[in-house]
Design a protein around this ligand. Structure first.
Ligand code: NAP
Ligand code: MG
Length: 403
């Protein structure tokens, strides 16, 4: 068979540890034999980030802005232990944080559902995608312990000298205070990314806050979403046959549990943090969760939701066999290739992405899987494969579609 042609390169961001090993195997076994793969390569492995004073991360984000689609391997976020392990010049910031800030994007996480590893919520027939606003609120709050009786105020000093002041509480004794904020610009970007991604997936968009209690703060989120929807997306949504649905967070939680899935749920920062853990644990495994960063102007960066699987990497280095699940990383590639195909009008590339995903699912449903899945599957007598054997099994399945 002739290899599938590409037009525009994908921005390829290599990473660390076990996922870096999987990355190469995926390219060798599942991509290069089928595609005339065009990528612009950036090595975000910690060693090279350190060597370039993290410039490579910035360059990769700029390349993503330029080309529109990137695929990223998991990377180490340095901590004290990594400083010594890698002899780092500085405790470099999380690449994901840097890239997200530069693209002003929102992260969408979706579980990969397969038969035999059913979510524990039985009515979830389709995956639920969580969109988490990644700026502000409790994550950027300032806090204070109140030592005793006294008055606490919320004060705003305008740049024009005008002041606004309201009483928070008249304390009679000890207590606590927190000051939170958010930015209309950030909420607007979040809203645009969500509406865009809903149109992409042709799925309904839900958004929830606690606006009945928080009549200014949360209500602003609700109003901004409604305004962006009415002015920029209403027509496109109607054309695509999808809906935008706002509801109170409590009501959303109740409805999500009873739903069939198959929609995007946009959440404020804290809600998204908590709810994405709920969805992923209900669906079985972090290794079966994909993640895509979408910028408000329609730039996409695909990755797995898990980390570099450090423990498995040390086993690998010690010469032991590993059974690391590559599905989320493969889906990062398929997601990016499909999007590239869509933008460049390459139907063969889009079909390849579909088939690659189907090959992963069919392989697992045929009982061949890595250890993490074998431990939780309802299928009887699953075959536990090594990291390499699993990728080769997917290759064999994929080849049958092209035979
Ligand atoms: P992790 O890499 O997600 O792994 C935690 C544990 O989850 C593993 O030890 C393994 O459990 C299981 N696991 C995760 N992915 C798996 C897979 N694909 N196949 C099988 N099992 C899997 O998290 P971590 O160990 O906390 O973090 C390691 C490094 O990753 C850190 O340096 C962190 O900074 C980085 N990180 C990067 C990203 C990112 O780039 N997006 C995200 C999170 C963390 P068992 O050991 O029990 O088998
Ligand atoms: Mg969390």
């Amino acid at each position: 068979m002739d290899k599938i042609k590409m037009v525009t390169p994908l921005v390829e961001m290599d990473g660390d540890e076990m996922t870096r090993i999987l990355w190469q195997m995926i390219k060798d076994e599942l991509l290069l034999p089928f595609i005339d793969l065009k990528t612009e390569y950036y090595d975000l492995g910690l060693e090279y980030r350190n060597e370039t004073d993290d410039q490579v991360t910035v360059d990769s984000a700029n390349a993503t802005k330029k080309y529109g689609v990137a695929v990223k391997c998991a990377t180490i976020t340095p901590n004290a232990a990594r400083m010594t392990e890698y002899n780092l010049k500085e405790m470099w910031k999380s690449p994901n944080g840097t890239i997200r800030a530069m693209l002003d994007g929102t992260v969408f996480r979706t579980p990969i559902q397969v038969k035999g590893i059913a979510p524990c919520v039985k009515n979830w027939e389709q995956p639920i995608t969580i969109a988490r606003h990644a700026y502000g609120d409790v994550y950027k709050s300032v806090e204070m312990k109140v030592p005793g009786a006294g008055n606490a105020y919320l004060v705003f000093e305008g740049a024009d000298g005008k002041e606004e002041k309201i009483l928070i509480h008249s304390f009679k004794g000890e207590g606590v205070i927190s000051g939170q904020h958010n930015l209309n610009d950030s909420i607007t970007s979040f809203a645009r990314s969500c509406f865009k991604y809903a149109l992409d997936l042709k799925q309904d968009l839900w958004f929830s806050t606690k606006d009945t209690i928080s009549k200014k703060y949360d209500h602003t989120f609700k109003d901004i979403f409604q305004e962006i929807y009415d002015n920029e997306f209403k027509e496109a949504f109607e054309k695509a046959g999808i809906t935008y649905f706002y509801t109170l967070i409590d009501d959303a939680v109740a409805r999500v549990m009873k739903s069939k899935g198959g929609f995007i749920w946009a959440c404020k920062n804290y809600d998204g943090d908590v709810m994405s853990d709920m969805i992923s644990s209900a669906c079985g495994s972090l290794a079966m969760m994909t993640s895509v960063l979408v910028s408000p102007d329609g730039v996409y960066e695909y990755e797995a939701a898990h980390g570099t699987v450090q423990r498995h990497y040390y086993k690998h280095l010690a010469g032991e066999e590993t059974s690391t699940n590559s599905v989320a990383t493969i889906f990062a590639w398929s997601g990016a290739l499909r999007k590239r195909g869509e933008l460049d009008n390459l139907p063969e590339l889009m079909t390849f992405a579909d088939r690659l995903e189907k090959a992963c699912i069919d392989t697992i449903e045929a009982g061949k899987m890595t250890k993490d899945l074998a431990l939780i599957t309802e299928l009887e007598n699953p075959t536990v494969l090594s990291s390499q054997e699993f990728i080769k099994a997917i290759r064999a399945t994929l080849e049958t579609y092209y035979a």
